[in-house]
Design a protein around this ligand. Sequence first.
Ligand code: KIV
Ligand code: ZN
Length: 500
Amino acid sequence: MNERLFIFDTTLRDGEQVPGCQLNTVEKIQVAKQLEALGVDVIEAGFPVSSPGDFRSVVEISKAVTWPTICALTRAVQRDIDVAVEALQYAKHKRIHTGIGTSESHIKYKFNATREEIIERAVAAVKYAKRYCEDVEFYAEDAGRTDNEYLARVIEAVVKAGATVCNIPDTTGYCLPSEFGAKIKYLMEHVDGLSNGQCILSTHCHNDLGMATANTMAGVLAGARQVEVTINGIGERAGNTSLEEIAMILKCHRGIGIDTNINTQKIYSTSRLVSSLMNMPIQPNKAIVGRNAFAHSSGIHQDGVLKNAQTYEIMSPKDVGIDENSILLTARSGRAALKHRLQVLGMDMTDEVLDKTYEAFLHLADQKKEITDDDILMLAGADRTAAHAIQLDYLQVTTGMGVRSVAAIGLNISGEKFEASASGNGPVDAAIKALKVIIRRQMTLKEFTIQAISKGSDDVGKVHMQVEYDGHLYYGFGANTDIVTASVEAYIDCINKFKK
Ligand code: KIV
Ligand code: ZN
């Protein structure tokens, strides 16, 4: 019989640390429910002591989700553990994830401590967490750069203290796959309580050198039985190991003899949901879920795939839930068809929100022939900005070659109407200058990315922006078939996030 690999999803904790991609509690619950449907074993729901928002999310996700274990992160600090225990009170299955840095630089510069003191603190934290929760996972932060002999001492001590899972993070994404695999193998061979299954090892690999998935697989092949991953590989800097890559590697390489509980046909919808809620585009060539992941463009490939898909495809798009024959929504599609597609994409909404989304859908369907899944998710997300203080009322821009662009703008700020106009070096410049006539703040546009959602000149364009204000960077997003409007919406989204 095949062995079982546990999937620990940290999209809502490590993944959510990406600046500008924070979700509110309702959105987190939506993602958590989709993760449950996908079949993950553990959902890391947050770091409760870090903020009231994180605390609330752990509480609400614990109530909303039934069978996956809900995990809360802590430092090796009693107060963190107390707060995590409180946040997890409604979880049907709960886990505390506590830990401390073990590399030389963490011990010296972060903790100004000795190696022995770190072991004492690690053991004390695990014992303390164990008083309240049977399932305790320990992380040795920066284990990737911790020497194996000392790491084995730390892990042995926390296993004796009762840890049920030990997480070996490559926090900086530094390790080579051979090195990381050897580290897991060393621990498996030198730490009592691992080979008999009393405690399992977990990987947690960051992608700074593009090796997160390779390192995770090296860890699994060396004996790790849990992997910490995120949807679309999101996460700070270059991100974390992506869930879909590990799940599909194990599905394609049956010979490895390891199974997960992932329902791979829900990968695509989960990926789109997370990308849409976090306003985080997926690179087109991203393995498994990128727009081009199954697109064969060379003539030789197309010819081969048409004769027999196996010639150039190691997996079918259907395996990950991409149904090329799915019914396309158009202006003639009914409310029920929209509701069904939203549910497939992991969006459950009240009848009231569905009515509003359907209205916006019909409006968009008048502008473009076929409505894609990305369009639908974008429309569903529009409701999230409905409560913002500053709303774009109208925008009119005159532009062309050889003339200076002129923009007139109308804003609704908490119910009060404002109008302004300005000229600029192009339509976006003119529109933003007009906006700044009304919103008189010292703000600077730092980054501006335009991305077409799929294809066609009638497509909805997505704009991501970063605006600097008062020493902070704010991230904003806008989507519209008119790219200048999308740009202004993204700028307004940034302003709506300013700390007053
Ligand atoms: O990367 C890391 O080391 C972490 C730990 C907090 C588990 O995210
Ligand atoms: Zn991490």
